[in-house]
Write a protein that binds this ligand. Structure first.
Ligand code: M6R
Length: 620
């Protein structure tokens, strides 16, 4: 089995299920514990007891659920459990999984996002259904519950139910009437089955299975699985039986947590196509219109005269990409500030301005302080945040979540691509609600929806990046250069290299070289150029020549249609082109991340926890 197969996609929540001779409640809680490293905000368990399905759930850490479970002895031979990273509805007891259907005959747990849940919810409300939570999962439970009529086996109800769902899901269902089986379905969210001796299991990720079995089946897309005490069976959405193909897992548990990758950073780099899909899920409709429910009402956008984007580090670099798009596409004046400078800078703020706070963790002290400053001045605030329930997410007037899943490596990778994607979506949304003449929103949105597939292509560059990393791992200094959007991505490429490989970098717009930094060029120095904009290609080539003339070596990251730059560069990396040039620039970060990662690995650096750095900077 290769890294990434089945168990390492950007799952936001943990799924566990067990049937066998042990105490199933204890087993599923143990399984969740093994998924704890990925972070979560609530957890729950379901098992049959006294003629119904008992559901116990709690917001907060797993220990909160454990306390509840331990109040009385719980024993069952079958159970399912879930740890949640909130996407629809905040992290509360009500929103935690499992959820019942309308008649409490089944309980379900779910990872992913049901895109058509609002339509389904309305349909069910009209039929008299009542909901206890705001989650898309409860809607899915009611849909499957509707199909679970007299004489219909559970697996058949699930098969019919999931056909009505659109979006990404790995869901698992337990019934009070059929206590000998657990049924699960998968579409674009990972689910793995564990085949034990006289017991069977399922989980969202392989680490949750390894203490019990090393024989694992990765459930394929659009398949439905049923586990019983002594059998595992799989069918497709048309009910046709599918082969069960177990694979033997050799990884140790720590490697399994990283999906078989050597480091979380590499795992997270590889998750980016999936993250882009998750980030856009439910936000683009079939007509390439943007649907952003969390933002201000439409008239607000016509009032906004200026945008200030405030953030630190990688999030600041993402903000620069936001500025580029807001100004180019919307002609909306936009400034980007480091949070630490903004909060002490006595900024001049227009009362009609919008302040956007970009943060993966949602807890960065300087960004939070800058947010509070804007609130005290009664400026509209919008968060672009990954962690639901975080301080910045809670305190902003509105927040759009990046839906990138937990990011564990200190060096941010997937959060960056998700932040830029959300800012892009937002720009397109503003153009759409303002019906801006000259902005072809549908075309731009169509390009955005094709980005994940292009990110997949970029990951295939890894062997080439390993070669370059091997060749240049001992360089004394690395320049990262570009123009326009490429210059913004250059900052992020440089940040990755310096923070994990400890190689000094010099990053700036290529046109600035002659104004000072060129003095640093000498033999042995490497310059990584992003060059994706045909309009500035010739100028970038001139900058490359200036570096080569002084003994420097040039690596150019260009789009596949570029036949000019290859004649100038010493090494050429080709990425797929997007018709929205800005997105081509964004894609160049993937080979740059891989370059930094492999150099750090070859230099023996502590990649996931670089020296002197913390994942979340909650102090000034
Ligand atoms: O959690 P935040 O996005 O607010 O964190 C901001 C920076 O500390 C962060 O982006 C940092 O620069 C990255 N971890 C670097 O890779």
């Amino acid at each position: 089995m290769n890294p990434g197969d089945g168990g390492s996609i950007a799952t936001m929540c943990g799924i566990a299920g067990y049937i066998g001779p042990r105490n199933a409640v204890e087993v599923v809680l143990d399984q969740l514990k093994r998924l704890e490293y990925r972070g979560y905000d609530s957890a729950g368990v379901a098992y049959p007891a006294n003629g119904h399905i008992e559901v116990l759930k709690r917001a907060g850490k797993l220990t909160e659920l454990k306390k509840l479970v331990d109040e009385v002895p719980r024993d069952s031979r079958i159970a399912i459990a879930h740890s949640r990273w909130a996407t629809h509805g905040g992290p509360t007891n009500e929103n935690a999984h499992p959820h019942y259907d309308a008649y409490e005959r089944i309980a379900i747990i779910h990872n992913g996002i049901i895109e058509n849940y609002l339509d389904l919810r309305e349909e069910l409300l009209a039929k008299g259904h009542k909901f206890r939570s705001q989650t898309d999962t409860e809607v899915a439970a009611h849909v499957i519950g509707e199909e679970y009529t007299e004489g219909v086996p559970l697996e058949e109800a699930v098969r019919k139910g999931v056909k009505r769902l659109r979006g990404a899901y790995a869901l698992v269902v337990l019934s009070q009437h059929e206590k000998g089986k657990i049924v699960a379905a998968r579409n674009a969210s990972p689910l793995v089955l564990g085949i034990g001796a006289g017991e069977n299991l399922l989980a969202s990720d392989i680490p949750a299975l390894l203490p019990y079995t090393r024989e694992v089946v990765v459930l394929e897309e659009n398949n439905i699985a049923m586990i019983t005490l002594d059998n595992v069976s799989i069918m497709d959405l048309d009910g046709r039986e599918q082969p069960v193909k177990p694979i033997h897992i050799e990884w140790d548990i720590a490697a399994a947590e990283r999906g078989g990758y050597d480091h979380f950073m590499l795992k997270e780099i590889h998750e980016q196509p999936e993250v882009l899909r998750q980030c856009l899920a439910g936000r683009i409709d079939d007509n390439y219109q943007v649907r952003l429910e969390q933002v201000f009402s439409e008239h607000v956008w016509t009032e906004i005269d200026r945008v200030n984007i405030i953030a630190c580090g990688t999030a600041y670099n993402a903000g620069l990409m936001g500025k580029h798009l807001f100004e180019k596409l919307l002609r909306l004046p936009t400034d980007v500030y480091y949070s630490s400078e903004f909060r002490y800078g006595d900024p001049v703020l227009s009362p009609k301005s919008l302040a956007i706070f970009v943060s993966q963790s949602g807890e960065t002290a300087d960004t939070l302080a800058a947010l509070r400053l804007c609130k005290s001045r009664r400026i509209r605030t919008l968060g672009v945040v990954n962690v639901i329930g975080s301080s910045i997410a809670r305190e902003c007037d509105r927040t759009i979540f990046t839906q990138a899943g937990p990011e564990i490596s200190v060096a941010s990778t997937k959060a960056y691509t998700a932040q830029v994607t959300v800012l892009t979506l937002l720009a397109m949304y503003i153009a759409q609600v303002q019906e801006m003449p000259g902005v072809r929103v549908e075309e731009a949105v169509a390009e955005l929806s094709g980005l994940a597939a292009k990110a997949d292509e970029c990951l295939k560059l890894e062997p080439q990046m390993i070669e370059l990393a091997t060749q240049f791992k001992d360089m004394p200094l690395c320049f990262f250069l570009g123009r326009g959007a490429d210059a913004n991505v250059a900052l992020e490429g440089a940040l990755k290299l310096k923070e994990i490989a400890y190689i000094p970098t010099q990053e700036s717009p290529a046109g600035e070289m002659k104004h000072g930094p060129l003095a640093l060029v000498q033999p042995g120095v490497i310059a990584v150029f992003g060059s994706t904009d045909p309009e500035t290609r010739d100028k970038v080539v001139s900058s490359m020549k200036e570096i080569q003339a002084r003994g420097g070596t040039v690596i150019a990251v260009v789009t596949e249609d570029d036949t000019v730059t290859e004649r100038a560069a010493d090494a050429i990396i080709r990425i797929p082109a997007s018709k929205l040039g800005f997105l081509s620039a964004l894609l160049t970060i993937i080979p740059m991340q891989l370059f930094a990662y492999h150099i750090a690995r070859l230099r023996g650096c502590e990649i996931d926890q670089p020296r002197n750095l913390a994942k979340s900077v909650t102090v000034e």
